[in-house]
Design a protein around this ligand. Structure first.
Ligand SMILES: [Zn+2]
Length: 358
């Protein structure tokens, strides 16, 4: 039925609804969505569970975004086009697609500058008050919907959203071929940033975390050395690997206060540090340590312009992002999936919920 007509889809209005902080239900939930001339209607196939979805569930807010009324979760999605608006040219019914979840105002000042991810008016799935996609179907602008290459699965395509964060971080680093990178944090964003760095010309990536299972997965993704910072000293390891020079690029993906305070210790003189992970509380970094090395510092917020590149990279099959998918649930198991994710069990990287036919 997941690949059925829009009529079949309309019959099942269930969605995974965050009723309020700490309370989820899978229940009928009508979302009024008209198909405009430049929109497509998509039968949702696979949705990844993101740390932000889990945080809204456990805390009811992220920064200024507060859940004030029931909201559907989920923003990392792939599916199949079941209906296309009259003016849609590049997509047709039956196309397998993944969706970029943030819709900016096309004529906004930020959008005109090419910085559409920074548009203050952007509407982003599962960020209050905008509903997410843990439901049978969704209407989305065709311009933010991308056809999946034949050799890329729905599971892989649902990884494009977090992968895009890593690719955007690599673009912000503007690094040279053959560089060495340190990636702090081996969660989905850290591991996908490591993969993106290697694909973008990094010759050697060093990933740090405190979870041995995640580090083991990291070691299977390419030329990646791993450091468990609960057991060994990252700065000493990086110094050893780089002959005392330091890493050309540091990607801080943990959002952890201790990690962020030490980013410049592992950086080479004149290197670049990219803050990728979003800390939940304000954290400090050492400006004097950055000055001594004349470090360039970049920050990333989500991504812009990279979904087609991500799909091309997945289609090239030079790495396997499915190694990051440690658990898969059915739509019916959605609430359990989130309960498990909220306990943050060791060794789990990316969990996905599959609504369509496997
Ligand atoms: Zn996400």
């Amino acid at each position: 039925m997941a690949h059925g007509s829009s009529h079949d889809l309309a019959a099942d209005t269930r969605a995974l609804v965050l009723e309020e902080k700490g309370r989820l239900s899978l229940r009928p939930f009508e979302v009024a969505e008209a198909l405009g001339p430049t929109d497509v209607r998509i039968a949702v196939h696979t949705v990844g569970i993101c740390g932000s979805d889990v945080h809204y569930y456990t805390h009811g807010a992220i920064g200024p975004f507060v859940v004030r009324e029931p909201m559907i979760l989920g923003h990392e999605a792939s599916g199949t086009v079941v209906e296309a608006g009259a003016n849609v040219r590049h997509l047709a019914v039956g196309d397998r697609v993944c969706m970029e979840p943030g819709i900016p105002v096309p004529t906004s000042r930020a959008s005109r500058l090419g910085l559409y991810n920074l548009d203050p008016e952007v509407r982003f799935w599962a960020t209050p008050p905008v509903h997410g996609v843990l439901r049978r179907s969704v209407v989305h602008p065709a311009d933010f919907t991308f056809r999946i290459p034949d050799n890329v699965s729905f599971a892989e395509a649902a990884m494009v959203e977090p992968f895009a964060v890593g690719v955007h971080a690599i673009n912000k680093a503007r690094c040279a071929a053959g560089h060495t990178a340190v990636i702090m944090g081996a969660g989905p964003i850290g591991l996908l940033t490591a993969v993106a760095a290697l694909a973008g010309g990094c010759a050697h990536a060093i990933v740090s975390d405190i979870d041995d299972t995640k580090l083991e997965i990291a070691g299977t993704l390419g030329r990646i050395s791993t450091v468990n910072v609960a057991k060994s000293d990252l700065a000493a390891e990086v110094s050893r690997i780089t002959g005392g020079w330091g890493a050309d690029v540091v990607y801080e993906c943990s959002g952890n206060e201790k990690a962020a305070s030490s980013v410049f210790e592992v950086l080479r003189p004149g290197g670049v540090c990219v803050f990728v992970g979003i800390p939940l509380e304000p954290i400090a970094y050492d400006v004097a340590a950055a000055q001594i090395k004349e470090a360039r510092v970049e920050h990333v917020f989500r991504y812009a312009h990279v979904f087609p590149n991500c799909l091309e990279m997945l289609s090239a099959k030079t790495f396997d992002v499915t190694r990051l998918i440690t658990r898969t649930f059915s739509f019916e198991e959605s609430v359990e999936a989130f309960e498990l994710a909220a306990r943050a069990p060791a060794g789990e990287v990316k969990m996905q919920i599959v609504l369509g036919n496997r």
